[in-house]
Design a protein around this ligand. Structure first.
Ligand SMILES: C[S@@+](CC[C@H](N)C(=O)[O-])C[C@H]1O[C@@H](n2cnc3c(N)ncnc32)[C@H](O)[C@@H]1O
Length: 461
């Protein structure tokens, strides 16, 4: 999941409140291509947004609705997830306050297994402390192994990341941006007003690196701490298809260009799970990637600038060495497509994949999906070469990855479960694959590698 540290009227606090706001356009209006008010990134200077004489700002209206109902098709919806009406047996769990586009609530309600309780790890393995130069941060309180679950949590707030707001006549871009921010502050105020007291206190305690710009105090917190959350607007791409999720704990993670954690979002329990992507020592800081980390240091620096800090990790301070390795990681696949699925080719592929895996580990990029793809490639190549034990070892590693779907035993697929005899047997069955299948699979791996490397930001949502 890409972390998107992007950048008021009152409604009664009850579940299912619907904002019928003429300011907020419906999907139908969006289709008419009205200007899109994107969240401005970084510092936004305050500008005067006095409305033109004679311009009547549309007023906000709110309608109370039973939370069991879906959203109105023409309005943004405030709702609580999971819905307290249909999770009676775990209604005391933390919930998320959401500000949804029409249809997002239905995405959840139509899930066959929604809602599910929050499954927490048995032990707490982190705490929050002050970090010089970074504010606060999370640190491990015990040694963690790659794949260990560190925490699960429902976001405190999930809100639309971009909405269409009517542009008052003759407003400059800067005025329109400020006007949008003011509106988003109002929208956020309503959602925060609906939070339970402990959730509200946690939200208000979060960092805000937009105290001195045009963001209001609440929306500044969202812009500082929000993670990108996709999947709730099928068919809608880009900004409009993405939400912003502000969390109590995950939002406390500081950035690293070789993060040691990655998260995964589960719709049914509406929660994030945070995992260790490699072994983490007792007392080590837990870190997360705020931006694409496979790109050169200069690009990362630019992308992180709006968050108001300069990364001082070794990949940034010793950029020359790290950039060379990362561009090598990005360029991988170039020479292999032409090759044949002969044993010789598979041998070469094995060597290349191993070298590449070592490079990814050296750069601390286990959080990226490319790591998963390499493990998968290595497992498959060992399967094709009849090396069940080696394949099992990679299958075991794969199963620890947060981004991995569990590899299950199935005699018709070339997969392994864990480091077990049964797994080896299953691999042996798969050895019946022909060289042609192997070649096709190699193409698939490289296609995946290329596209995933480009899109790895979306790994965990
Ligand atoms: C989402 S918050 C992270 C938690 C935050 N440190 C706190 O005190 O709650 C993001 C902010 O943390 C700080 N931050 C995160 N990673 C950092 C890093 N690698 N170096 C310096 N500051 C960092 C920046 O101020 C950034 O705007």
């Amino acid at each position: 999941m890409k972390r998107s540290f992007v950048k008021n009227s009152k409604a009664k606090a009850s579940t299912g409140t619907v904002a019928e706001s003429p300011l907020l356009a419906s999907d139908a209006t969006v289709a008419q291509a009205l200007p899109l008010a994107r969240f401005p990134i970084g510092k936004v200077d305050k500008v005067d947004v006095s409305l033109p004489e004679g311009y009547h700002e549309p007023s906000l209206k709110y309608v109370e609705r039973d939370a069991r109902h879906g959203s109105l098709q023409t309005a943004m919806t405030y709702t609580t997830v999971p819905n307290p009406f249909n999770c009676a047996n775990f209604s005391s769990e933390p919930v998320s306050e959401c500000f949804f586009f029409p249809g997002s609530k239905e995405v959840l309600m139509n899930l066959p297994n929604y809602p599910q309780p929050l499954v927490r790890p048995k032990t707490t393995s982190f705490h929050m402390i002050d970090v010089p130069g970074k504010g606060k941060g999370l640190f491990s309180t015990r040694a963690l192994k790659a794949g260990d679950l560190i925490l699960t949590e429902r976001p405190l707030l999930v809100c639309a990341r971009a909405v269409v707001i009517l542009r008052p006549p003759n407003f400059s871009d800067a005025q329109y941006s400020q006007y949008s921010l003011d509106h988003l502050e109002k929208v956020t105020e309503i959602a925060v007003g609906r939070m339970r007291p402990e959730a509200k206190a946690a939200f208000m305690a979060l960092a805000n690196c937009h105290m001195e710009d045009g963001s209001g105090p609440l929306f500044g917190v969202v812009r500082t701490n929000g993670l990108s959350l996709g999947g709730l607007r099928p068919g809608v791409r880009g900004e409009m298809g993405t939400y912003n999720a502000t969390c109590k704990d995950i939002s406390r993670l500081n950035h690293s260009c070789f993060p040691n954690t990655a998260s995964r979002f589960d719709m049914a329990s509406f929660s994030y799970s945070l995992y260790a992507v490699r072994d983490i020592a007792d007392g080590e800081e837990l870190t997360y990637q705020y931006t694409a980390v496979g790109v050169p240091a200069a690009e990362r620096k630019k992308a992180l600038a709006p968050s108001g800090f300069v990364c001082t990790c070794t990949a940034c301070t010793d950029a020359a060495t790290s950039d060379a390795r990362r561009s090598n990681i990005a360029a991988f696949n170039a020479n292999l497509i032409e090759a044949r699925a002969s044993d010789e080719f598979l041998g070469k592929l094995l060597v290349k994949c191993r070298a590449q895996l070592e490079l990814v580990e050296q750069e601390g990029l286990e959080s990226l999906r490319i790591y998963w793809i390499l493990l998968r490639a290595l497992m498959d190549v060992h399967i094709w070469r009849g090396q069940a034990k080696d394949a099992s070892a990679y299958a075991g590693k794969l199963n620890k990855m947060p981004t991995s779907s569990r590899i299950t035993m199935n005699s018709s697929t070339p997969t392994d479960t864990r480091n077990t005899k049964r797994g080896e047997k299953s691999i042996a069955v798969s050895l019946k694959r022909t060289g042609r299948t192997a070649l096709i699979s190699c193409f698939i791996i490289f296609a995946m590698y290329t596209s995933e490397y480009c899109n790895y930001c979306s790994i965990s949502v």
